[in-house]
Design a protein around this ligand. Sequence first.
Ligand SMILES: Cc1cc2nc3c(=O)[nH]c(=O)nc-3n(C[C@H](O)[C@H](O)[C@H](O)COP(=O)(O)OP(=O)(O)OC[C@H]3O[C@@H](n4cnc5c(N)ncnc54)[C@H](O)[C@@H]3O)c2cc1C
Ligand code: SF4
Length: 483
Amino acid sequence: MGKVTGFLELDREVESYRDVEIRIKDYDEIFSGTHNLDQLQQQGSRCMDCGVPFCQSESGCPIDNLIPEWNDLVYNNEWRDALERLEKTNNFPEFTGRVCPAPCEGSCVLGLIDPAVTIKNIELAIVDKGFEEGWIKVRSVSTRSGKKVAVVGSGPAGLAAADELNQIGHSVTVYERNDRIGGLLMYGIPNMKLGKDVVNRRVELLRKEGIEFMTNIDIGRDISTKELQSKFDAIIFSTGATKARDLPAKNRNSKGIYPAMDYLTSNTKSLLDKGYADKSELSAQGRDVIVIGGGDTGTDCIGTAIRQGAKSIINFELMSQPPADRSESNPWPEWPTIFRVDYGHEESNKVFGQDPRHYQLLTKAFVRDSNGNVSGIKTINVELIDGKLNEISGTEKTWDTQLVLLSMGFVSPEHYLSEDAKIDTDERGNYKAEHGDYSTSKEGIFSAGDCRRGQSLVVWAINEGRGVANSVNNFLMNSKRAG
Ligand SMILES: Cc1cc2nc3c(=O)[nH]c(=O)nc-3n(C[C@H](O)[C@H](O)[C@H](O)COP(=O)(O)OP(=O)(O)OC[C@H]3O[C@@H](n4cnc5c(N)ncnc54)[C@H](O)[C@@H]3O)c2cc1C
Ligand code: SF4
């Protein structure tokens, strides 16, 4: 611990995003791109080097990042050593440093009496400096085991698994049905939150280190699992939770109602393919947009619609507005369920003069015009009583809209692959496998990430990718199959 009194002397200072008025005119990252390293060193000194560092415990960081160690190293200006510590537990800190909601900060011990240490800012600064200084390089693999592993799905779970197994010496091929590698890091989380150059930079490193990437190949359709099994010693399914929850209300089939992922993917693809935002029927330009459902996906729809030039944006939430501070039923070190203003909300406040969120609203029906286009949504207010949502009569309302984005989460993976592989699914429809073991019901086939645990976070996908790599390695080393 570098400075014993750091937390007493200094207030938490968070790095600010780019100015709203400037950033909504482009799709560049919301982050400023530069770090005030002196300020971050001071912020690192606020860490108390706790005897029991809850930040890296189970309620905190899912990948057990060695947070107090790198806080101390940063305070002492030892950035390269800090990077070394960070890389011990996190394959992709440049992703988590940008998009992680930072459960570590939610469980930081300092948070009991004062605002938490700025762990996420420090993580990002360490890895950004690592790339700038050229400390992060291609790590060549000297010996190969002769074992071959196929990874199906190139999101953070698949990439972390591929990275770990490749570094051990196994030969890894990653199959991706999309035209670009990265899963939701590429098509899902928009450019503003995670630049695609950042994703591609890591993919290129992994490629140079020996991982083979195959795009536009849908396993279970273009290539069967059986064929993969004949070519590889082990297979990992990391296909994500891609089945979106639908809203089967009246007139759902009207034109202008889209799953959020279709909307976000189309915009990112258009930006990457053609260099400009989508001008197709999925564009929010000049439209009254309603986003149904919140979370990261809802916020990303709001941020994208603002950049496309939406006329207005409303966001429906079914549940009530969270409290400003932790409630008694949500004590430290749990993740604080509190009212947050994310980047999209901040932008909406600036552009439209109000927060887009409206709470306790249930969609009863869509309204459509004579051409079959959505023109409105009928809602009623609801309240939660004894765990049940009750409609409040007299609160019916119709909202004008020409573009509706459904952002109500994801149910499970799609099932054509599990059917093709003949593996069991659990009661929620996820590929059945235990956390920590990751074996499916078929020997030699493993599963990890959102397709196993349900929709989650990038940092949990990395946790699962690292874990499944360990299980696969044990399986390969004990396998009698010839290499
Ligand atoms: C819009 C949005 C915003 C989000 N924002 C955040 C955030 O800010 N912070 C955060 O921590 N998390 C966020 N998340 C969640 C996070 O992105 C996911 O939890 C994480 O990406 C899951 O990783 P994964 O590797 O399990 O799957 P995914 O990232 O979903 O990747 C799965 C990949 O498998 C491919 N695939 C599927 N089936 C096949 C097949 N049969 N053959 C070949 N390829 C296949 C898919 O095309 C996909 O590329 C967000 C999610 C969404 C949708
Ligand atoms: S819980 Fe907070 S103060 Fe304690 S070691 Fe972790 S970051 Fe430092």
